[in-house]
Design a protein around this ligand. Sequence first.
Ligand SMILES: Nc1ncnc2c1ncn2[C@@H]1O[C@H](COP(=O)(O)OP(=O)(O)OP(=O)(O)O)[C@@H](O)[C@H]1O
Ligand SMILES: [Mg+2]
Length: 143
Amino acid sequence: MALARSVGALLRPSDWVALMGELGAGKTVFVKGMAEVLHLEGVPRSPTFAIVQVHRPKKGGIPLRHVDLYRLAPTEIPALEWEELHEDTGVTVVEWAEKCQYLWPTQCLPIRISHQGNDARLVEFYVAGSRSEEIVRRLKGTK
Ligand SMILES: Nc1ncnc2c1ncn2[C@@H]1O[C@H](COP(=O)(O)OP(=O)(O)OP(=O)(O)O)[C@@H](O)[C@H]1O
Ligand SMILES: [Mg+2]
């Protein structure tokens, strides 16, 4: 949660976060941490039926588009529209982003969360474009 809050604090409109990792790795927990600092109405949760959940901001916040591709079969993913996968005025975060790598924007922030036994997790940040480089550099600077 603390790491996710640090990432959330660096995000700005049109940033696109690709979250990867197995079942229960902590992707939704990460979205919740990011959401806390984006000042949203409502708390992101694991969607039961919805593929896309849009969270409006409170005053001074940034909207968040939370996409979870878990339930989509690989053949269904190409049918997703650009508008479903992007939030121009806010941040987009996609769980199970590994299922749609060919749809990632050239500028995005890929993050992989892996189980390391019990409650330990490895969180890896990748660079995909100059914006992600900037976020990772600033993230290192805050620690
Ligand atoms: N260090 C940790 N970071 C994140 N979650 C942790 C950690 N340790 C334990 N957990 C627990 O692991 C679970 C992670 O669940 P979460 O729903 O975030 O995973 P997910 O990757 O979104 O799974 P799914 O693929 O089902 O969407 C939660 O129950 C959380 O409390
Ligand atoms: Mg989840």
